[in-house]
Ligand binder design. Structure first.
Ligand code: FAD
Ligand code: FES
Length: 257
């Protein structure tokens, strides 16, 4: 884990209320794995360090962060400009795991849930695996731009209002792709995870599913226990033991943001 002062080289609003910040952070980029996150200082107060997933990594040592504005910290971040620096701690957390024998990876992204999955796709494609992405959003305006996805990915889109792709939730089309997949990775709102968990129990998604869990974090380093949750495998700290968990480990009543 490194603490670095990273220079912003671009910052833009990609979708309404959703920003992409690209930074020079070679020390973190060199060792980051898909699914890991960084703690970002969002202002002068030390309490304003916020967890953000590593969205993509470029070979030249660049780190990309994709975030929605939901409160004070992310609002502050959204106003940062090219040339300013951000204080980052990372990479943190466990990251996704892929079996060497797995050939076909199915990624399921609900809205901003594309944040950790783009990096996973990037790595899997570089290892010669096939990647299909089910990309969902409420409307066309909220869809992550496909031109920013790694080349070679097959993308299937669904929007709730039908403005692009299939009309409906991304979980509606998930069962159609399950047979093809060796492993499934999902990131999105809690309701999406709960739907996949139900489909899993009912036998429509009979494959291992890894998810990235977002809970409130204090330190991000295993020191404050603020992120502890009870799972089917005992108490876990999301910042150290996660944020990636197997879907069937999670007791949903225990997950509160
Ligand atoms: C491991 C991890 C990775 C994350 N990666 C991303 C990412 O890549 N992109 C992204 O947009 N968000 C991500 N989040 C969520 C992000 O950390 C929160 O949105 C952020 O901390 C909110 O800070 P704030 O000061 O803007 O809001 P606050 O003022 O602190 O809170 C405003 C509201 O935001 C929500 N919120 C606060 N903290 C969290 C949290 N940790 N998780 C979810 N919702 C929260 C709550 O509803 C809260 O009421 C991640 C969270 C975790 C735990
Ligand atoms: S956030 Fe402090 S222990 Fe996990």
């Amino acid at each position: 884990m490194k603490q670095v002062s990273a220079t912003i080289f671009s910052s833009s609003e990609l979708m309404p209320g959703c920003h992409l910040i690209c930074l020079e952070a070679p020390d973190i980029a060199a060792i980051a794995r898909p699914g890991q996150f960084v703690m970002v200082s969002c202002g002068q107060e030390p309490t304003l360090r916020r967890p953000l997933t590593i969205h993509q990594v470029a070979h030249s040592g660049q780190l990309h962060l994709l975030f929605s504005i939901v409160g004070k910290g992310t609002s502050w971040l959204s106003h940062r400009q090219e040339g300013e620096t951000l204080d980052l701690l990372g990479p943190l957390g466990n990251g996704f795991s892929t079996e060497p024998a797995s050939r076909n990876l199915l990624l399921v992204a609900g809205g901003i849930g594309i944040a950790p999955l783009a990096f996973l796709a990037q790595q899997a494609l570089s290892e010669g695996k096939s990647v299909s992405l089910l990309l969902g959003a409420r409307t066309d305006a909220g869809l992550y731009p496909q031109r920013l996805l790694p080349g070679g990915i097959e993308t299937i889109v669904a929007t709730e209002d039908g403005s692009t792709g299939t009309k409906g939730m991304i979980t509606d089309i998930l069962p159609d792709y399950v047979d093809w997949a060796d492993q499934i990775y999902a990131c999105g709102p809690l309701a999406m995870y709960q739907t996949i968990a139900t489909e899993n129990r009912q036998g429509r998604v009979r494959k291992p599913v890894q998810i990235s869990l977002e809970v409130r974090m204090g330190c991000g380093l295993g020191a404050c226990y603020g992120c502890s949750i009870r799972t089917r495998r005992g108490m876990k700290q999301v910042c150290l033991d996660g944020p990636v968990f197997n879907l069937d480990e999670i007791i949903w009543q225990e997950v509160k943001i």
